[in-house]
Design a protein. Structure first.
Lengths: 149, 160
């Protein structure tokens, strides 16, 4: 689908926080100078077309007592699929990407306790015989993605 | 920490917020709460940082941003906080973090995710980052993603 200027403005605005009021979409629609029904229709369409994958609260596992950690492994190509199966079998593995580097498997662990990170990383090391490097975030610098409006 | 009611609220919202005129009222109804009580709980979860924001997650691939590069930089520790904020503010950077180095294999401490319609565009954007970092940057690399191996959202266990 093609996005018009209004869709793009919506996409940018909806990456910022939605207010906690009875009719939050009406507040945004007002900002964008469109009708609330137009905003809701366009949002539904953006979601149906999977241009927006999800609309809702972003939760921080760390604030719930849990933890996130980016991890990386250098997996020999001939073992890649076998190792992948073992890694992905852990429900704590939230995202996993193959990347162009000697460290070629990058995944995020999300656990309900901080201790869960080390425990899962150790389990993966034991099962695969490959070191799991851990890159927890020390500082976050965030603004977000913007499409040309 | 979160209590049992918070957990119910989080579970009810994991799939997303309804796209209707009064979304909180609709969610409150399914939880047997009144709308004000839910709004109060949500404001509380937000003030504690459990909810970071209520927002859309865009699909970069569907927006034509099919090339995704994790740019990594070895930045002078004394200058990383100021420079990291500048890099994070760039419109094409979706995620930007300071992370620990893993020496000797991995000298990089600044990670900035860059999306573009192709690798040339990602490289142009990477050059913009390099220009901002200037002599504070001692080494750099870029890791393109070649395959999504797994992608799931945050899932709470049904019992905590």
């Amino acid at each position: 689908m093609t996005l018009d200027a209004t869709d793009r403005a919506i996409l940018n605005r909806m990456q910022d926080d939605l207010p906690l009021t009875n009719h939050p979409y009406a507040v945004i629609a007002d900002d964008l100078d469109i009708a609330e029904s137009d905003l809701l229709n366009r949002l539904s369409r953006l979601k149906d077309e999977r241009i927006i994958t999800r609309f809702g609260p972003f939760f921080d596992a760390a604030a719930m007592g849990g933890a996130f950690c980016l991890c990386a492994m250098a997996v020999p190509i001939e073992e890649f699929e076998t190792v992948l199966t073992k890694v992905n079998a852990h429900p704590e593995v939230a995202h996993n990407y193959e990347r162009t580097h000697r460290l070629n498997m990058w995944f995020v662990l999300a656990t309900e306790t901080p201790e869960g990170i080390a425990a899962t990383a150790e389990a993966i090391e034991r099962e695969t015989g490959i070191a799991v490097l851990q890159f927890p975030k020390l500082q976050e610098f965030f603004i977000g993605f913007r499409v040309a409006a | 920490m979160i209590d049992a009611k918070d957990r119910e609220i989080i579970e009810a919202l994991q799939g997303g917020l309804p796209l209707v005129s009064a979304p909180y009222a609709q969610v409150a109804k399914t939880l047997g709460l009144d709308e004000d009580a839910l709004l109060y709980r949500l404001a509380e979860l937000k003030s504690r940082g459990v909810i970071r924001r209520i927002a859309a997650a865009p699909n970069h691939y569907k927006l034509g941003m099919t090339s995704n590069g994790m740019t990594v930089w070895d930045v002078d520790d004394a200058r990383i906080t100021k420079l990291g904020a500048q890099i994070g503010a760039l419109p094409f950077v979706t995620h930007c973090y300071e992370r620990p180095r893993a020496l000797p294999d991995w000298p990089y401490n600044l990670f900035a995710m860059v999306h573009g319609s192709d690798r040339d565009e990602v490289e142009e954007k990477r050059a913009e980052i390099a220009a901002i970092l200037g002599d504070a940057c001692r080494a750099k690399d870029i890791l393109y993603s070649t395959r999504i191996l797994k992608k799931t959202g945050l899932r709470l266990k049904t019992k905590g």
